[in-house]
Design a protein around this ligand. Structure first.
Ligand SMILES: Cc1cc2nc3c(=O)[nH]c(=O)nc-3n(C[C@H](O)[C@H](O)[C@H](O)COP(=O)(O)O)c2cc1C
Length: 302
Protein backbone atom coordinates (compact mmCIF):
# COMPACT_ATOMS: atom_id res chain seq x y z
CA UNK A 1 0.00 0.00 0.00
CA UNK A 2 1.43 3.41 -0.92
CA UNK A 3 0.75 6.45 1.23
CA UNK A 4 3.51 8.57 -0.28
CA UNK A 5 2.42 11.65 -2.18
CA UNK A 6 4.19 14.02 -4.52
CA UNK A 7 3.61 17.64 -3.51
CA UNK A 8 5.12 20.06 -6.04
CA UNK A 9 7.95 17.62 -6.78
CA UNK A 10 8.64 16.86 -3.10
CA UNK A 11 7.84 13.36 -1.82
CA UNK A 12 5.98 13.22 1.49
CA UNK A 13 5.87 9.88 3.36
CA UNK A 14 2.14 10.40 3.81
CA UNK A 15 -0.28 13.27 3.11
CA UNK A 16 -0.66 14.45 6.72
CA UNK A 17 0.87 17.83 7.58
CA UNK A 18 0.37 20.34 10.38
CA UNK A 19 -1.38 23.68 9.81
CA UNK A 20 0.75 26.77 10.23
CA UNK A 21 0.48 28.50 13.60
CA UNK A 22 -0.97 25.54 15.46
CA UNK A 23 2.16 23.42 15.87
CA UNK A 24 5.02 25.87 16.50
CA UNK A 25 8.01 24.40 14.71
CA UNK A 26 7.12 20.98 16.11
CA UNK A 27 9.10 21.22 19.34
CA UNK A 28 6.07 21.70 21.63
CA UNK A 29 4.45 18.56 20.20
CA UNK A 30 7.46 16.29 19.96
CA UNK A 31 6.57 14.49 23.20
CA UNK A 32 3.08 13.62 21.92
CA UNK A 33 3.80 13.08 18.25
CA UNK A 34 6.51 11.10 16.47
CA UNK A 35 7.47 13.83 14.03
CA UNK A 36 9.04 11.16 11.78
CA UNK A 37 5.53 9.91 11.06
CA UNK A 38 4.25 13.23 9.70
CA UNK A 39 4.27 13.88 5.97
CA UNK A 40 5.53 17.39 6.74
CA UNK A 41 5.69 19.98 9.47
CA UNK A 42 4.41 23.38 8.40
CA UNK A 43 5.94 26.00 10.68
CA UNK A 44 4.32 29.03 12.25
CA UNK A 45 4.54 32.05 9.95
CA UNK A 46 7.96 33.72 9.93
CA UNK A 47 8.73 37.32 8.95
CA UNK A 48 11.95 39.21 8.16
CA UNK A 49 12.09 40.60 11.72
CA UNK A 50 10.36 39.56 14.98
CA UNK A 51 6.68 40.52 15.28
CA UNK A 52 5.01 41.03 18.67
CA UNK A 53 1.54 40.10 17.48
CA UNK A 54 -1.72 41.71 18.58
CA UNK A 55 -2.76 42.77 22.11
CA UNK A 56 -4.52 40.16 24.26
CA UNK A 57 -7.05 38.58 24.56
CA UNK A 58 -6.40 37.08 21.19
CA UNK A 59 -8.18 33.72 21.28
CA UNK A 60 -11.78 32.85 22.11
CA UNK A 61 -13.84 29.68 21.96
CA UNK A 62 -16.95 29.69 19.77
CA UNK A 63 -19.45 27.03 18.69
CA UNK A 64 -17.63 24.41 16.66
CA UNK A 65 -14.21 25.99 16.90
CA UNK A 66 -12.30 29.08 17.91
CA UNK A 67 -11.43 32.62 16.93
CA UNK A 68 -7.85 33.83 16.95
CA UNK A 69 -6.21 37.16 16.31
CA UNK A 70 -2.62 36.31 17.18
CA UNK A 71 -1.40 38.75 14.53
CA UNK A 72 1.42 36.49 13.37
CA UNK A 73 3.64 36.84 16.43
CA UNK A 74 6.95 35.28 15.45
CA UNK A 75 10.64 35.33 16.35
CA UNK A 76 11.85 36.58 12.98
CA UNK A 77 13.93 34.78 10.37
CA UNK A 78 17.31 34.98 12.20
CA UNK A 79 16.22 33.03 15.27
CA UNK A 80 14.10 30.74 13.11
CA UNK A 81 17.13 29.72 11.04
CA UNK A 82 19.31 29.34 14.10
CA UNK A 83 16.88 27.39 16.28
CA UNK A 84 13.89 25.91 14.43
CA UNK A 85 15.37 24.55 11.21
CA UNK A 86 18.13 22.57 13.03
CA UNK A 87 15.47 21.13 15.36
CA UNK A 88 13.30 19.93 12.48
CA UNK A 89 16.28 18.57 10.52
CA UNK A 90 16.69 15.88 13.18
CA UNK A 91 13.52 14.20 11.91
CA UNK A 92 12.60 12.28 8.79
CA UNK A 93 9.85 14.67 7.78
CA UNK A 94 9.62 17.38 5.17
CA UNK A 95 9.93 21.01 6.28
CA UNK A 96 7.46 23.57 4.97
CA UNK A 97 8.16 27.14 6.07
CA UNK A 98 5.17 29.48 6.24
CA UNK A 99 6.21 33.02 5.29
CA UNK A 100 4.44 36.27 6.22
CA UNK A 101 5.08 39.95 5.56
CA UNK A 102 3.52 43.41 5.32
CA UNK A 103 4.97 44.23 1.91
CA UNK A 104 6.25 42.28 -1.07
CA UNK A 105 9.83 43.15 -0.17
CA UNK A 106 9.39 41.77 3.36
CA UNK A 107 8.18 38.44 1.96
CA UNK A 108 11.06 38.40 -0.51
CA UNK A 109 13.63 39.08 2.21
CA UNK A 110 12.47 35.93 4.04
CA UNK A 111 12.35 33.87 0.85
CA UNK A 112 15.92 34.97 0.00
CA UNK A 113 17.17 34.08 3.49
CA UNK A 114 15.67 30.61 3.13
CA UNK A 115 17.25 29.99 -0.28
CA UNK A 116 20.29 28.13 1.06
CA UNK A 117 18.47 26.47 3.96
CA UNK A 118 17.45 22.79 4.09
CA UNK A 119 13.79 23.64 3.61
CA UNK A 120 11.60 21.57 1.25
CA UNK A 121 8.73 23.90 0.44
CA UNK A 122 7.56 27.46 1.09
CA UNK A 123 3.98 28.27 2.03
CA UNK A 124 3.26 31.97 1.49
CA UNK A 125 0.56 33.35 3.76
CA UNK A 126 -1.29 36.04 1.81
CA UNK A 127 -4.46 35.40 3.74
CA UNK A 128 -4.09 36.29 7.42
CA UNK A 129 -7.17 38.25 8.48
CA UNK A 130 -5.46 39.60 11.58
CA UNK A 131 -2.77 41.91 10.25
CA UNK A 132 -3.58 45.34 8.92
CA UNK A 133 -1.15 45.51 6.02
CA UNK A 134 0.07 42.57 3.95
CA UNK A 135 -1.64 39.31 4.72
CA UNK A 136 -5.20 39.50 3.55
CA UNK A 137 -4.71 42.76 1.64
CA UNK A 138 -2.78 40.65 -0.87
CA UNK A 139 -5.08 37.65 -0.78
CA UNK A 140 -8.34 39.38 -1.69
CA UNK A 141 -7.28 40.96 -4.97
CA UNK A 142 -6.50 38.66 -7.93
CA UNK A 143 -4.07 41.10 -9.53
CA UNK A 144 -2.12 41.37 -6.29
CA UNK A 145 -2.17 37.59 -5.83
CA UNK A 146 -0.72 37.10 -9.30
CA UNK A 147 1.91 39.84 -8.89
CA UNK A 148 3.20 38.76 -5.50
CA UNK A 149 3.28 35.13 -6.60
CA UNK A 150 5.36 36.04 -9.65
CA UNK A 151 7.79 38.15 -7.60
CA UNK A 152 8.24 35.44 -4.99
CA UNK A 153 8.74 32.79 -7.69
CA UNK A 154 11.52 34.90 -9.20
CA UNK A 155 13.44 34.61 -5.90
CA UNK A 156 12.42 31.27 -4.39
CA UNK A 157 14.74 28.28 -4.53
CA UNK A 158 12.06 25.94 -3.15
CA UNK A 159 8.62 25.21 -4.66
CA UNK A 160 6.06 27.86 -3.70
CA UNK A 161 2.63 27.10 -2.26
CA UNK A 162 0.33 30.13 -2.03
CA UNK A 163 -2.05 30.05 0.95
CA UNK A 164 -5.45 31.40 0.00
CA UNK A 165 -8.11 33.18 2.01
CA UNK A 166 -11.70 31.95 2.19
CA UNK A 167 -12.81 35.57 2.79
CA UNK A 168 -13.50 36.18 -0.89
CA UNK A 169 -16.50 35.93 -3.19
CA UNK A 170 -14.90 33.47 -5.60
CA UNK A 171 -11.99 31.33 -4.41
CA UNK A 172 -11.32 30.06 -7.94
CA UNK A 173 -10.49 33.57 -9.12
CA UNK A 174 -7.68 33.80 -6.53
CA UNK A 175 -6.56 30.23 -7.27
CA UNK A 176 -6.27 30.93 -10.99
CA UNK A 177 -4.41 34.17 -10.29
CA UNK A 178 -1.83 32.33 -8.16
CA UNK A 179 -1.47 29.66 -10.84
CA UNK A 180 -1.00 32.37 -13.49
CA UNK A 181 1.74 33.92 -11.33
CA UNK A 182 3.59 30.61 -11.37
CA UNK A 183 2.60 29.05 -8.03
CA UNK A 184 3.66 25.41 -7.71
CA UNK A 185 0.77 24.61 -5.38
CA UNK A 186 -2.04 26.12 -3.32
CA UNK A 187 -3.12 25.67 0.26
CA UNK A 188 -6.55 26.50 1.59
CA UNK A 189 -8.35 27.55 3.64
CA UNK A 190 -6.99 30.09 6.05
CA UNK A 191 -9.43 31.24 8.74
CA UNK A 192 -12.82 32.87 8.14
CA UNK A 193 -13.21 36.33 9.64
CA UNK A 194 -15.53 36.29 12.66
CA UNK A 195 -16.48 38.21 15.79
CA UNK A 196 -17.57 37.34 19.32
CA UNK A 197 -19.14 39.73 21.85
CA UNK A 198 -19.14 39.33 25.63
CA UNK A 199 -22.76 40.28 26.40
CA UNK A 200 -22.14 40.88 30.11
CA UNK A 201 -19.29 43.32 29.64
CA UNK A 202 -20.65 44.47 26.24
CA UNK A 203 -17.13 44.24 24.88
CA UNK A 204 -15.47 42.41 22.04
CA UNK A 205 -14.13 39.04 23.15
CA UNK A 206 -10.89 39.74 21.24
CA UNK A 207 -8.87 42.93 21.65
CA UNK A 208 -8.58 43.00 17.85
CA UNK A 209 -12.43 42.98 17.64
CA UNK A 210 -12.40 40.45 14.79
CA UNK A 211 -10.54 37.17 14.56
CA UNK A 212 -10.09 34.17 12.30
CA UNK A 213 -12.52 31.30 12.76
CA UNK A 214 -11.16 27.76 12.58
CA UNK A 215 -12.20 24.30 13.73
CA UNK A 216 -14.87 21.76 12.77
CA UNK A 217 -17.56 24.33 11.94
CA UNK A 218 -15.53 25.60 8.96
CA UNK A 219 -14.88 22.12 7.53
CA UNK A 220 -17.79 21.98 5.03
CA UNK A 221 -16.83 25.43 3.71
CA UNK A 222 -13.24 24.25 3.30
CA UNK A 223 -14.25 21.03 1.51
CA UNK A 224 -16.41 23.03 -0.92
CA UNK A 225 -13.57 25.49 -1.63
CA UNK A 226 -11.00 22.73 -2.13
CA UNK A 227 -13.36 20.98 -4.52
CA UNK A 228 -14.03 24.16 -6.53
CA UNK A 229 -10.33 25.00 -6.63
CA UNK A 230 -9.36 21.51 -7.76
CA UNK A 231 -11.79 21.91 -10.68
CA UNK A 232 -10.26 25.27 -11.59
CA UNK A 233 -6.47 24.69 -11.54
CA UNK A 234 -3.86 22.10 -12.50
CA UNK A 235 -1.51 22.51 -9.54
CA UNK A 236 -1.67 20.43 -6.33
CA UNK A 237 -3.71 21.55 -3.34
CA UNK A 238 -3.08 21.24 0.38
CA UNK A 239 -6.54 21.07 1.97
CA UNK A 240 -7.23 22.31 5.48
CA UNK A 241 -9.98 23.71 7.64
CA UNK A 242 -11.59 21.86 10.51
CA UNK A 243 -9.97 18.48 9.97
CA UNK A 244 -10.62 16.70 13.28
CA UNK A 245 -10.07 13.05 12.33
CA UNK A 246 -9.15 10.68 9.50
CA UNK A 247 -12.65 10.81 7.99
CA UNK A 248 -12.38 14.58 7.59
CA UNK A 249 -8.92 14.21 6.03
CA UNK A 250 -10.13 11.57 3.56
CA UNK A 251 -13.07 13.80 2.64
CA UNK A 252 -10.65 16.60 1.82
CA UNK A 253 -8.52 14.26 -0.34
CA UNK A 254 -11.60 13.02 -2.21
CA UNK A 255 -12.52 16.68 -2.83
CA UNK A 256 -9.17 17.13 -4.59
CA UNK A 257 -6.44 17.73 -2.00
CA UNK A 258 -3.09 16.00 -2.55
CA UNK A 259 -2.16 16.56 1.11
CA UNK A 260 -3.94 17.90 4.20
CA UNK A 261 -3.00 20.16 7.11
CA UNK A 262 -4.39 19.71 10.60
CA UNK A 263 -4.68 22.82 12.79
CA UNK A 264 -7.14 23.52 15.59
CA UNK A 265 -7.61 19.79 16.30
CA UNK A 266 -4.05 19.70 17.72
CA UNK A 267 -5.20 21.95 20.57
CA UNK A 268 -7.81 19.49 21.83
CA UNK A 269 -5.92 16.29 20.98
CA UNK A 270 -2.15 16.72 20.56
CA UNK A 271 -1.89 13.19 19.10
CA UNK A 272 -4.55 13.74 16.47
CA UNK A 273 -2.12 13.79 13.53
CA UNK A 274 -0.89 10.28 14.38
CA UNK A 275 -4.49 9.04 14.63
CA UNK A 276 -5.20 10.56 11.22
CA UNK A 277 -2.20 8.81 9.61
CA UNK A 278 -3.38 5.48 11.10
CA UNK A 279 -7.00 6.15 10.14
CA UNK A 280 -6.13 6.85 6.50
CA UNK A 281 -4.20 3.57 6.37
CA UNK A 282 -7.18 1.68 7.88
CA UNK A 283 -9.51 3.22 5.29
CA UNK A 284 -7.15 2.22 2.45
CA UNK A 285 -7.03 -1.36 3.78
CA UNK A 286 -10.79 -1.52 4.20
CA UNK A 287 -11.48 -0.33 0.64
CA UNK A 288 -8.39 -2.00 -0.87
CA UNK A 289 -6.89 1.25 -2.08
CA UNK A 290 -3.36 0.40 -3.25
CA UNK A 291 -2.16 3.93 -3.79
CA UNK A 292 -3.43 7.04 -2.06
CA UNK A 293 -3.29 8.89 -5.38
CA UNK A 294 -6.40 6.90 -6.39
CA UNK A 295 -8.33 8.92 -3.80
CA UNK A 296 -7.26 12.43 -4.83
CA UNK A 297 -10.30 14.14 -6.34
CA UNK A 298 -12.14 10.79 -6.59
CA UNK A 299 -15.51 12.14 -5.44
CA UNK A 300 -18.31 11.52 -7.97
CA UNK A 301 -22.04 12.09 -8.25
CA UNK A 302 -24.21 9.42 -6.64
C1 LIG B 1 -3.97 29.97 16.68
C2 LIG B 1 -3.83 29.95 15.19
C3 LIG B 1 -2.71 30.52 14.58
C4 LIG B 1 -2.55 30.50 13.19
N1 LIG B 1 -1.43 31.04 12.63
C5 LIG B 1 -1.25 30.97 11.28
C6 LIG B 1 -0.05 31.45 10.67
O1 LIG B 1 0.89 31.90 11.33
N2 LIG B 1 0.06 31.39 9.31
C7 LIG B 1 -0.95 30.85 8.53
O2 LIG B 1 -0.81 30.80 7.30
N3 LIG B 1 -2.09 30.35 9.07
C8 LIG B 1 -2.25 30.41 10.42
N4 LIG B 1 -3.41 29.88 10.98
C9 LIG B 1 -4.44 29.26 10.11
C10 LIG B 1 -4.28 27.72 10.07
O3 LIG B 1 -3.04 27.33 9.54
C11 LIG B 1 -5.42 27.08 9.22
O4 LIG B 1 -5.35 27.58 7.90
C12 LIG B 1 -6.81 27.35 9.77
O5 LIG B 1 -6.80 27.39 11.18
C13 LIG B 1 -7.84 26.30 9.33
O6 LIG B 1 -7.51 24.99 9.77
P1 LIG B 1 -8.05 24.33 11.15
O7 LIG B 1 -9.55 24.53 11.16
O8 LIG B 1 -7.65 22.89 11.07
O9 LIG B 1 -7.39 25.04 12.27
C14 LIG B 1 -3.57 29.89 12.38
C15 LIG B 1 -4.69 29.31 12.99
C16 LIG B 1 -4.84 29.31 14.38
C17 LIG B 1 -6.05 28.65 15.00
Amino acid sequence: MNMKVDLCGVTLNNPVMTASGTFGAGEEYSEFVDLNRLGAVVTKGVANVPWEGNPTPRVAEVYGGMLNAIGLQNPGIDLFIERDIPFLKKYDTRIVVNVCGHTTSEYIEVVDRLADQPVDLLEINISCPNVKEGGIAFGQNPKMVEDITREIKAHAKQPVIMKLSPNVTDITEMARAAEAGGADGLSLINTLTGMKIDIHRRTFALANRTGGMSGPAVHPVAVRMVYQTAQAVNIPIVGMGGIMNADDAIEMILAGATAVSVGTANFTNPQVTMEIVDGIRDYMERYQVKDIKELVGAVHDR
